[in-house]
Design a binder for this molecule. Sequence first.
Ligand SMILES: *Cc1c(COP(=O)(O)O)cnc(C)c1O
Length: 391
Amino acid sequence: MKRRDGYFGSFGGAYVPEGLKVALGEVEESFYKHIEDQDFLAELAYYQKQYIGRENPLYFAERLSKEIDGAKIYLKREDLNHTGAHKINNAIGQVLLAKRMNKRRIIAETGAGQHGVATATVCALFDIECTIYMGEIDTERQALNVFRMEMLGAKVVPVKGGTRTLKDAVDAALQDYICNASDTFYLLGSAVGPHPYPTMVREFQSIIGQEARRQILEAEGRLPDYLVACVGGGSNAIGLFHPFINDEKVKIIGVEPAGKGLETGEHAASISMGSIGVIHGFKCYTLQDKYGEPLPVHSIAAGLDYPGVGPEHSYYNEIGRGEYVSITDKEALKAFFQLSKTEGIIPALESAHAIAYAIKLAKELTKQEIIIVNLSGRGDKDVEQVKKLMG
Ligand SMILES: *Cc1c(COP(=O)(O)O)cnc(C)c1O
């Protein structure tokens, strides 16, 4: 794999304190070495198949397509992975790397708890000590996920400083990393953060697009017209998109959360509504105040609730390779029910954003056209929240 400096156009990079540069350099070194190493790739392939349950299907949503009466919609079934979403693809990749680097301890931060659970899961699997930082308010809001992580053997540290949410959890995790980098690996959950994380996470998630490409060629004998995926930090989307980047006829659409409406300010649409800035060690489109501090964000889907976006998406937006649109809470909720009723598949609220946009798009297209939607996760985790919203 060609080694790069971590920039996608002017986005990305590593805006970090001196104390982190050496540690990040070591991760970078190890990543580029192992991603070409046959033993490492064979071990990764083993766990993808035997533990995650890959490959998962590319499912033709025939009833949904019929009901819309437009383009054919295929769903990439990341919801069928062990632990119910795409996050485990990345967690497995990074834990295998941590093992090769002889790190005895893994740390991570989590907001809603989904990345914390994926991290605790792979640490249990490999018997590695695991500490998860989580804002104190989030530990209260997501008590069940805290319990899940503890069941898996992780230590969950409630962060009491600042706003007591994700941003403060990130700060606490970085502080820990600066102090303990010699024996600790920082397992980052999305295609964000300083180099080499956006590239590394994209590589571990690209299995999604690699499989989808093979599967659509087998099913239809040609490539799709559109790829659609929801964008929080951007890892499930870049995982689907990347293997198609050089296929210029395949249009790429990332769906951001418009929350209660772009005009209300209560959203997390970093590309649609943000400006260029530095957040958590990298340059991207971000929702920031006039001092460059991240703004509070909102989405019905906790996993999309992030005031920045991966640098590679920022770049594809800038050069026009990708189109970035948004879907409101309400539209996502409608798609959540529509997919459940037509296909018997309850999507994660995050994924429902991608479904909602694909439904709109399919209506405008002919029956010959093909859309692949990344169904990034299953909705079991959201059923209680949706019930409350409806009640
Ligand atoms: C975390 C999460 C997302 C958002 O993260 P990305 O890095 O943008 O993929 C999307 N869908 C599900 C199911 C998630 O758990």
